[in-house]
Design a binder for this molecule. Structure first.
Ligand code: NAP
Length: 276
C-alpha cells in the first residue's frame, strides 16, 4: 500500500501507516499477543515501529523485530532529562542494547527539557556520523520550538516531528502542519485513535457503516489523506492490526470529510500544541 507513503529528507520511503507501542509490555499475559501483533503489522508493510526509552518496552520491541530488522523503520526516543551532550549518546546505547540492534532509523527527543538544544543536536549528529542512528528528530514541538531547533547549528537536519494529532485534536492544522509542510518535514501523528476514544464516536460510526468499516479505520483514513504524515496507532492484537491496515484502502468522500469537519471543527485560530 505504497500509495500512502512518506519520504524522509534522506529519501527513505515508508508506509504512512506505522505502529505505536506505548503501554505494550505492561502485562506479562499480553506480551506474546503484542509481539505477534507487531510482527503481523511489519509483515503487512507497516514498517514504522515507534517506541521510547520512557515506555520501558524496548526489549519487547526487540523481540518483535527479531529476524525482520531490515523490514522495520525503528523509532525510539530519548527522555528530555537525559538529552545532554553525553546523556543523549548514553541513552542511545542503552536503547540499542535493549532493542538488540546496532542502529535505529529515527531517534527523537521525546519533548523539550532542561538541556541546551545545541547539545542535544550536536549529540544526535555525532550518533548519525557513527552510524548508530540514521536520522534524528523531535516530538511534541510547536512552531516556536521548531524555529529554535532550526536556528541552532545542524538543527535543519531534523527529520521529523512527532505530535498529538487526530480528529479530536486538530489545533496543529492552523500553523504547525503548514510550517512542517513548507519545509518538507515529515510529521508523525501519535494517538491517531485518540487513545481508542474515537472508536465510540457516533459520527465516525455513521460514516464507518457506509464504508463497511469501523470508526477507528475511518479516523485513520482521515489522517492518511494528508501528505507527509505518518499515523502510528497502537494495536495490541493481530485483529486490530489487520483492521488498521485496511484503513489504507478507504477513500473518504467529500461528504464524509464535511461531516467530520462539522463534528470536529478545524481550528480558526492559534491553539497551543496539545500533548498527552
Ligand atoms: P492510539 O493509537 O490512538 O489508541 C490506542 C488504543 O486504540 C488502544 O486501546 C487500542 O486497543 C485501540 N485500538 C487500536 N486499533 C484499534 C482498532 N482497529 N479498533 C478498536 N480499537 C483499536 O493511542 P496511543 O497508543 O496513545 O498512540 C499511538 C502511539 O503513539 C503510541 O503507542 C506511541 O508509540 C506514540 N505516542 C507518542 C507520544 C509522544 O509523546 N511522542 C505520546 C503518546 C503516544 P488494543 O491495544 O486493544 O488494540
Amino acid at each position: 500500500m505504497m500509495e500512502h507513503s512518506v519520504i524522509f529528507p534522506d529519501h527513505r520511503k515508508v508506509c504512512a501507516l506505522g505502529q505505536g507501542t506505548w503501554k505494550m509490555g505492561k502485562s506479562a499475559l499480553r506480551e506474546a499477543e503484542e509481539v505477534e501483533a507487531l510482527r503481523a503489522g511489519i509483515e503487512l508493510g507497516m514498517s514504522v515501529v515507534d517506541t521510547a526509552e520512557m515506555y520501558g518496552n524496548e526489549e519487547l520491541v526487540g523481540t518483535a523485530i527479531r529476524g525482520l530488522r531490515d523490514r522495520v523503520f525503528l523509532v525510539t526516543k530519548v527522555l528530555p532529562g537525559n538529552a545532554s551532550r553525553t546523556g543523549t549518546k548514553a541513552a542511545c546505547e542503552r536503547s540499542l542494547n535493549k532493542l538488540r540492534t546496532d542502529y535505529v532509523d529515527l531517534f527523537l527527543l521525546h519533548w523539550g527539557g532542561p538541556h541546551p538544544i545545541e547539545d542535544t543536536v550536536a549529540s544526535m549528529i555525532e550518533l548519525q556520523q557513527e552510524g548508530k542512528i540514521k536520522a534524528w528528530g523531535v516530538s511534541n514541538m510547536d512552531v516556536p520550538e521548531m524555529e529554535r531547533f532550526y536556528a541552532v547549528p545542524g538543527g535543519v537536519s531534523c527529520a521529523a516531528n512527532q505530535i498529538l494529532y487526530n480528529l479530536a485534536h486538530r489545533g496543529v492544522e492552523y500553523d504547525l502542519l503548514p510550517w512542517c509542510r513548507e519545509r518538507h518535514l515529515p510529521v508523525m501523528a501519535y494517538s491517531p485513535a485518540d487513545e481508542g476514544r474515537l472508536s465510540r464516536n457516533p459520527v465516525l460510526m455513521e460514516i464507518a457503516q457506509k464504508h463497511e468499516a469501523t470508526p477507528v479505520q475511518i479516523a485513520l483514513a482521515w489522517i492518511l489523506r494528508r501528505p507527509g504524515m505518518i499515523a502510528i496507532p497502537k494495536a495490541g492484537s493481530v485483529t486490530h492490526v489487520q483492521e488498521n491496515y485496511r484503513s489504507l484502502s478507504i477513500k473518504l468522500t467529500a461528504e464524509d470529510v464535511d461531516l467530520l469537519d462539522e463534528a470536529f471543527p478545524p481550528p480558526g485560530r492559534k491553539v497551543h500544541l496539545d500533548s498527552w
